[in-house]
Write a protein that binds this ligand. Structure first.
Ligand code: FE2
Length: 342
């Protein structure tokens, strides 16, 4: 009897210790309501509890930086490779996302050893088919946004926006800082208005006739068409068409939602397991259907709204490694600010 009770105590101690350790802490800055379903599935499959710490990217980054080596964060999940790259530059990440499953799932362009793309998006041009001709768009590139023919016809959001920082960083990587500084001045000269609003607001501006072309991410058009943002945005989205720039050279600028491995992560092994799970077809289908992003793995279709209105039938820029977005971020901000890009 005594033996049994000691055994029971030891067992319960072991179980409780095990359950304390068998968890993973995710600092999550993206679409957390929808994504919580996928984390529940991971727990059901592996027994690893996912503690979601949801917040805005800036607040989560500050917390990770201030906690330093004592951080409770295992993974930082956010949108934009520029954010993951900037956290890497601050020394807050560690290597370890190098398992065969991760390497097999994600093309090299979209990952480093410290962070991995978990879903893809492109930053593209939307245009009014009534006011922009096919000839005007023929061979259109990001570089061409500075062409004086677009004077007073272009809308794009503020230079403080991470998607723009990454786009401009990629231009610096490809064309150099001097050429990109001149380009930024041309873009500012072409703006139909002082930058305001989010990506969807740029699409709305083209639909309303305030501008002829807008720069915005792919998933927003599908989100607007889905009706989840209301009838007005749904109608506006029907009035614009998508154009994928740089099809005759390096391809369209790509970006990702990324999962980064935090330095000092208390549950590193579980964090790697979770990233591997996020790269399975089941998780990828979830991302494509809830956020309208492109899958990062092969063999999964985007949501039908994406397939029908955007497609994946375009040349993606697979040459410009996404770690250049973080590396060139300071230079990107510098050239945009110098150009007077609000
Ligand atoms: Fe977004």
């Amino acid at each position: 009897m005594k033996k049994v009770s000691i055994f029971a105590i030891i067992t319960s101690l072991f179980v409780s210790t095990f359950s304390i350790a068998n968890e993973v802490n995710v600092f999550n800055a993206r679409h957390y309501k929808a994504d919580s379903e996928i984390y529940s599935k991971f727990t059901n499959l592996t027994g690893i509890k996912v503690n979601l710490i949801n917040g805005k990217s800036g607040a989560l980054e500050k917390r990770i930086i201030s906690e330093g080596a004592d951080t409770s964060a295992d993974l930082y999940i956010t949108a934009d490779a520029g954010r993951c790259g900037a956290m890497d530059a601050k020394g807050t990440l560690q290597g370890g996302l190098t398992s065969p499953a991760i390497k097999a799932a994600v093309p090299k362009t979209f990952r480093t050893s410290k962070w991995v793309g978990i879903a893809k998006r492109a930053r593209i041009i939307y245009y009014s088919p009534e006011r922009v001709t096919g000839a005007e768009l023929s061979g259109m590139t990001y570089e061409g946004l500075a062409d004086p023919k677009w004077k007073g016809r272009l809308v794009i959001r503020k230079s403080s926006n991470i998607y723009n920082k990454s786009l401009v960083a990629s231009l610096i990587k490809n064309n150099g800082k001097t050429a990109t500084a001149a380009w930024a001045k041309g873009v500012v000269a072409n703006m139909a208005r002082t930058p305001t609003g989010n990506d969807r607001a740029q699409i709305m501006a083209v639909a309303a006739g305030e501008a002829d072309i807008a720069v915005a991410n792919t998933y927003y058009l599908a989100l607007m068409l889905s009706g989840k943002k209301g009838a007005e945005q749904q109608e506006a989205a029907k009035k614009v068409k998508a154009f994928f720039p740089n099809q005759n050279d390096r391809g369209t600028h790509m970006n990702v939602s990324c999962a980064a491995l935090v330095k000092g992560a208390p549950n590193k092994t579980n964090a790697v397991k979770l990233v591997e799970f996020l790269l399975t077809p089941e998780s990828q289908e979830h991302f494509t259907n809830y956020t309208f992003e492109f899958p990062i793995i092969d063999g999964v279709s985007p949501n039908p709204l994406v397939v029908n209105n955007l497609g994946l039938d375009f040349k993606q820029d697979m040459k410009t490694k996404l770690d250049s977005y973080g590396k060139n971020q300071a230079a990107a901000v510098e050239v945009m600010t110098a150009a007077g890009w609000k």
